[in-house]
Unconditional design. Structure first.
Length: 112
């Protein structure tokens, strides 16, 4: 009696998978907080005259950047977002953000 086509394919794929060498799992190295140079500046362009504070220069994974943005927004009690590797915080809060970032262990300096 002929085998079911699913069993034939399953057997072939299992053989091929078994013959492939295992790839080592390499995790992206986390950038040490002190080696990051975060720049906190203000921007008014393309925002109808409204001011936003930009945090740029973060070297790390997107999830870490999202978490940092979430922490800043929560501690400052303001809105904002994370786009294109930058954290946008509503309003001119450069001094507060620099002090919070240095408190968290990041190397931050005030831009313009």
């Amino acid at each position: 009696m002929p085998q079911d086509w699913k069993e034939i394919l399953k057997g072939r794929f299992e053989e091929e998978l078994a013959s492939l060498p295992e790839e080592p799992q390499v995790e992206a190295p986390e950038a040490p907080l002190k080696k990051q140079r975060l720049i906190v500046s203000i921007d008014r362009r393309r925002r109808a005259g409204k001011q936003v504070t930009l945090v740029t220069g973060f070297a790390g994974e997107d999830a870490q950047l999202e978490e940092l943005g979430r922490q800043l927004k929560a501690r400052l009690g303001v809105g904002g977002s994370v786009k294109d590797g930058e954290i946008l915080i509503q309003g001119d809060l450069r001094d507060k953000i620099v002090s919070l970032l240095t408190e968290m262990g990041h190397q931050a300096k005030r831009g313009n």
